[in-house]
Write a protein that binds this ligand. Structure first.
Ligand code: HEC
Length: 157
């Protein structure tokens, strides 16, 4: 085998190796990314749930931390705003998600539901800041209905 022949062979092998290494992460990333998108949006949803739980312990009088209400309501508000972005990418199901595929067929309506949650939780923050616990409790009911309404339309049980 001539020197040049060997050299060409080496170039081809290196080229194929480089191609393989370039394409490999693309495939792995696609799968990882779907999992990450689902984990990310579900985590934001759990943030909402956990903050509702904390608020409800305070309202029931089990925990004496009324000064936390405004902060907890703000976290609800922020999580709602971030959820709008988190559901933009269409990743319906990989066995780990309860998102119904109709989210991405009715994305405007879905976003309206999420925008409404942003508004209602902003109202919650205001009421906490004005120390109106009675109105705050009533508004928490409105927020809860907002969660349920979207889940009924867009989340599997
Ligand atoms: C605009 C629609 C929408 C609103 C509003 C909404 N959610 Fe969700 N939620 C979803 C969808 C869709 C999923 C499923 C996500 C997935 O599994 O990929 C979900 C999942 C969850 C989960 C994960 C557990 C489960 O049953 O799958 C919790 C907890 C949750 N939501 C709590 C809440 C709470 C609390 C609120 C209100 C403060 C709320 N959500 C408001 C759409 C919504």
């Amino acid at each position: 085998m001539s020197f040049y022949h060997l050299k060409t062979q080496k170039i081809i092998v290196n080229f194929l190796l480089a191609l393989f290494l370039t394409l490999l992460p693309v495939k792995i990333f696609a799968q990882d990314n779907a999992d990450a998108v689902i984990t990310y949006r579900q985590s934001l949803m759990y943030n909402l749930q956990r903050n509702l739980n904390s608020i409800s312990e305070i309202l029931k009088g089990n925990i004496d931390q009324q000064s936390h209400l405004a902060g907890l309501a703000s976290i609800l508000n922020i999580s709602a705003a971030q959820s709008v972005d988190a559901f933009k990418q269409k990743v319906p199901n990989n066995g780990k998600s309860k998102a119904k595929p109709n989210i991405w067929q009715n994305q405007d309506d879905f976003n309206l539901e999420m925008q409404s949650l942003i508004r209602e939780t902003a109202e919650l923050v205001k009421l906490a800041e004005s120390n109106d616990i009675k109105a705050f409790s009533a508004q928490l009911g409105v927020v809860g209905k907002n969660c349920a309404s979207c889940h009924k339309a867009y989340k599997n049980r």
